[in-house]
Ligand binder design. Structure first.
Ligand SMILES: *[C@@H]1O[C@H](CO)[C@@H](O)[C@H](O)[C@H]1NC(C)=O
Length: 302
């Protein structure tokens, strides 16, 4: 009985999906202003200013003082991490950040690439912009926007940047040489946070699109993971003709139909187009899709 109902709903969805088609919806570009107070009437200062990451003794001493002043309560006996972060372990983490981590060295690492800031929609937007040190004769670099996620920042891309901007020196083909732009999402890293409610992935997408235009790129490639994946998808939906290619390393699939196939797939593998390998990766479904997610995200059930 339940199976029949499920099958009927599945069939209904298939028919709906078939006739509604995969429409390529574009999103309206719109506009926004997220700075504090009222939007000024004067046009925005569009200058691009160089920026350097800096720290000082004062800032570091303040940080050390705050780490030293932490008040920890002992963990429940044998609770491991099951009742939140175990405070005996937290002591090790704190001593690492207090006594081992070399902040000044890290600041130098962060400044390895050129940083900039520019005002967009009322916010000071931070980004790094890395050009290829050399280009094969007669070729131009491909502009690539790379957008980080949560809880990350532009630093996510530090290791891959040389492979993209200077592939030859890393034993790779120089068929594709990129010029890389990694902005900080408003409120992350060195980008100003919104003063207004409602700054979402679409607004961020529009801000980064404006950034690419300001840098002189009418057409560009985009790569994103986590929030960056949604933001880059939104850019492609807002201005498809400006996006030459989109690469995502965390693709959000939010189709009801897709969720249904997860449950019916194991029973009707061929009907839903799953391969044997897909089945191997997906089953047992409860373990692979739910328990592992819960465990890996720190919500481990007893
Ligand atoms: C806290 O975590 C550490 C490291 O995993 C472990 O050795 C210790 O037993 C834990 N403490 C409690 C109270 O569970």
């Amino acid at each position: 009985m339940w199976l029949e109902i499920l099958l009927a709903s599945a069939l209904g969805l298939v028919i709906y999906w078939f006739f509604s088609g995969d429409k390529e919806d574009t999103l309206p570009l719109g506009d926004g202003w997220w700075g504090p107070g009222a939007r000024p009437t004067a046009p925005e200062d569009e200058s691009i200013r160089p920026f350097k990451v800096e720290t000082s003794d004062e800032e570091l001493n303040d940080l050390y003082r705050r780490i030293e002043k932490v008040r920890l309560t002992p963990p429940l006996e044998n609770s491991r991490f099951h009742y939140g972060f175990n405070s005996s372990y937290l002591k090790k983490v704190l001593s690492y950040w207090r006594d081992e981590f070399d902040w000044r060295k890290q600041v130098a690492v962060l400044n390895k690439y050129p940083h900039f800031k520019t005002k967009i929609e009322g916010l000071d937007i931070h980004f790094i912009h890395v050009k290829p040190p050399q280009l094969p004769a007669g070729r131009t670099a491909k502009p690539l926007l790379m957008v980080h996620g949560w809880p990350g920042c532009f630093f996510e891309f530090y290791n891959i940047i040389p492979l993209l901007t200077d592939p030859k020196s890393h034993g790779l083909s120089d068929e594709h040489v990129f010029e890389v732009i990694c902005p900080s999402i408003p409120g992350y890293g060195y980008s100003e946070a919104s003063s207004k409610k409602g700054l979402n992935s679409v607004a961020t997408a529009r801000i980064f699109y404006k950034l690419m235009l300001r840098l002189g790129f009418q057409e560009f490639y985009a790569q994103g993971g986590d929030w960056g994946s949604l933001i880059c998808t939104n850019i492609a939906q807002l201005v498809p003709s400006h996006v030459k290619g989109l690469h995502l390393n965390m693709a959000f699939v939010v189709r009801n139909f897709h969720t249904l196939t997860l449950f019916l797939g194991p029973r009707f593998r061929k009907l839903f187009g799953y391969t044997e390998r897909d089945m191997e990766l997906m089953s047992p479904l409860k373990e692979k899709m739910f328990y592992s997610l819960i465990r890996e995200s720190g919500l481990r059930p007893q």
